[in-house]
Design a protein around this ligand. Structure first.
Ligand code: DX5
Ligand code: ZN
Length: 228
């Protein structure tokens, strides 16, 4: 894989919300190029986080694409609000959308990039009928709901499969990975085919977000270049 295709998407879930602008700025200076926003409703996942007002504030201080990962039920009801608040990418869970094709088209109708997400227990095959219309596919490598969980290595085959399907069918979606991505796991996900790397605690957990982001990107890009 071309290292230039790799992007780091710092997840603000692990940031200090009292200093959000500052933290995002540090992560961006370290090379983060997409801001990942985890939206949780306390129903689809056992946690509650944030909504469109935070996206609106983020929009005021960053020009980077804002990637909203909706871990919510009734996503259709909120897509316009996220788009108006300034989301550039919106992704929804396969497991949470009864009419997935409709929801993905709704996202696109708001001029946002549309992504679909699968939980660890959901096979890639369930996406077969939407892969031609999505801009990105997000493979969860933890069960969604919390930052700082342990990476599930058994998910790597999904990224490989998505690479194969994309080549075989001539699709153009990008492959994103989320959950437990850090210095110990980043080489594996990149080699499996992930291009957009979401990282929360590895960027904002401890130390300086700029240094952490730069180290993670560096490890990811070197892994692309190494033969295994
Ligand atoms: C988990 C979220 C993730 C979370 C990742 O439900 O979707 O984006 O922030 O956190 P880390 O990188 O700490 O596993
Ligand atoms: Zn996420």
């Amino acid at each position: 894989m071309d290292p230039a295709l790799i992007e780091l998407a710092p997840s603000i879930l692990s940031a200090d919300f009292a200093h959000l602008a500052d933290q995002v700025e540090r992560a961006a200076t370290g090379g983060g190029s997409v801001i990942h926003v985890d939206v949780m409703d306390g129903h689809f996942v056992p946690n509650i986080t944030l909504g469109p007002p935070v996206v609106k504030s983020l929009r005021k201080f960053t020009r980077l694409p804002v990637d909203c990962h909706l871990m919510i039920e009734n996503a259709d009801q909120y897509i316009a609000d996220f788009a108006e608040a300034g989301a550039d990418w919106i992704s929804v869970h396969q497991e949470a959308c009864r009419h997935l094709n409709r929801t993905l088209n709704l996202i696109k109708s708001h001029n946002c990039r549309a992504g679909v997400v699968i939980n660890p227990a959901t096979p890639v095959e369930t996406l077969s009928e939407v892969l031609d219309i999505v801009d990105h596919v997000l493979v969860m490598t933890v069960n969604p709901g919390f930052g700082g969980q342990k990476f599930i290595p058994g998910m790597l085959h999904k990224m490989r499969k998505l690479v194969e399907i994309r080549a075989a069918r001539g699709y153009s979606y990008r492959i994103e990975v989320d959950g437990g991505v850090g210095l110990e796991t980043v080489a594996d996900v990149v080699r499996a085919g992930a291009e957009i790397l979401v990282a929360g605690s590895a960027v904002f957990g401890k130390g300086d977000a700029k240094v952490n982001a730069a180290a993670l990107l560096d490890a990811a890009r070197s892994a692309c270049l190494q033969k295994v």
